[in-house]
Design a binder for this molecule. Structure first.
Ligand SMILES: *Cc1c(COP(=O)(O)O)cnc(C)c1O
Length: 376
């Protein structure tokens, strides 16, 4: 059996090495390291893939979120609602911009933002909602868009973990994750579903004016060279990363299918295990399994992690501490009774190796090791 890895980027690279290496060499030879033709080409191809009017590449997913919020003109004191159970980047940039993060609980089965909790958190100061499409599956965008419309709020989709997922509305129309709200933000961090070989990110929008504003913000607030109309940042996707991403974009659907197939095998193996709760797939969204995350019941989760590691099976706990309990983000307004789901999830979740190169004997070994431990 091949050594099990949480994410096997080497085997994936080996399969596309000849194509990727040509892209990298091209950039090295033509020396347009920044804003080379690869960046424009990838941007256009991603716009086509997502069926969105504007993709604005940037340096990483955290920047993408920050720039999206800057582009919407949010101001100090504005309240931004997001999920308590996510990677810290989401809340970090809200706080960094001196906006007020309002964390709310998530659903116990999909791990995505709880719609009722979200609606209850709306005040006259609320300006935006940031649903995070956690682990590869979209939040309930029908409900989120309806509530946003009713309360006149912006919707910023954090789709760092769900690029390529399809959301189907109640009326039957389908859109790609990240293209539904006013603006979407994604990450091309190497381990993400569409990952480069360094840092990268992008912002999506169908709003022409917002796209124009954001294109200036990513480039020092310049719309005309050396005229700085707004305070911007320097956030670029470099040409080498764009070249790599353009190759990998062609395979994104294959990659998603490989992840889905591995998830199915995991599900099957855990089928009759009452203490192992496999991921739920909602009716309205496909799941592209950025993570394959179990909930374990009547089991010491941390002991399971240790046992797996001792058997050379890597695993992850995403996330071990709810954001509302993180030192940087504690707020006296929060009340523990409003976070019962997150407080429970952090004790039960465990994410298994998930990538595009998982092999059957690896899945067999991982699932058997877990089943033996849980039933011992
Ligand atoms: C990875 C991630 C980010 C940040 O992306 P970076 O490219 O690492 O800055 C933001 N939000 C979520 C949900 C993520 O998983």
């Amino acid at each position: 059996m091949k050594k099990i890895q949480m994410v096997d980027l080497k085997s994936q690279y080996n399969k596309i090495k000849s194509e990727v290496d040509v892209q990298i060499t091209d950039v090295l030879e033509n020396t347009a390291y920044i804003n080379g033709p690869q960046v424009h080409k990838f941007q256009k191809n991603l716009e086509n893939y997502l069926d969105v009017k504007h993709v604005i590449p940037c340096a990483n997913g955290t920047d993408a979120l920050q720039i999206a919020m800057m582009g919407l003109g949010l101001e100090q004191g504005d309240e931004i609602i997001t999920a308590d159970f996510t990677f810290a980047a989401t809340v970090e940039v809200i706080a960094l911009l001196k906006l007020t993060p309002v964390l709310v609980d998530v659903e116990p089965d999909t791990f995505n933002i709880d719609i009722e909790a979200m609606e209850n958190a709306i005040t006259p100061k609320t300006k935006a909602i940031i649903p995070v499409h956690l682990f590869g599956q979209c939040a309930n965008m029908d409900a989120i868009m309806e509530i946003a419309k009713k309360h006149n709020l912006f919707v910023i989709e954090d789709t760092a973990q769900a690029i390529g997922a399809d959301y189907t509305f109640a009326n039957g129309t389908t859109q790609k994750a990240g293209t539904i709200g006013n603006v979407g933000a994604t990450s091309f961090f190497p381990s993400k579903n569409l990952g480069c070989y360094g840092d990268g990110g992008a912002i999506f929008t169908n709003d022409d004016e917002l796209a124009h504003t954001i294109r200036g913000i990513v480039n020092h607030g310049m719309y005309v060279r050396y005229h700085h109309d707004v305070i911007g940042v320097n956030s670029r996707l470099d040409s080498i990363q764009a070249g790599i991403l353009d190759v990998k974009l062609k395979y994104l659907d294959d990659y998603s299918n490989a992840r889905k197939a591995s998830a199915k095998k995991y599900n099957k193996a855990f089928e009759n295990q009452p203490n192992i709760i496999t991921p739920i797939e909602s009716d309205f969204s496909t799941h592209v399994f950025h993570q394959y995350t179990l909930k374990v019941k009547n089991t010491d989760r941390d002991a399971l992690v240790k046992h797996l590691n001792e058997n050379d099976i890597p695993c992850g706990v995403y996330y071990p501490i709810p954001l509302h309990k993180q030192k940087a983000y504690v707020d006296s307004r929060y009340n523990e009774v409003n976070f019962t789901v997150t407080n429970q999830l952090v004790k039960e979740v465990i994410s298994l190796p998930m990538h595009t190169e998982l092999e059957d004997d690896q899945i067999e070994f991982i699932t058997q090791t877990i089943i033996n431990f849980v039933n011992k």
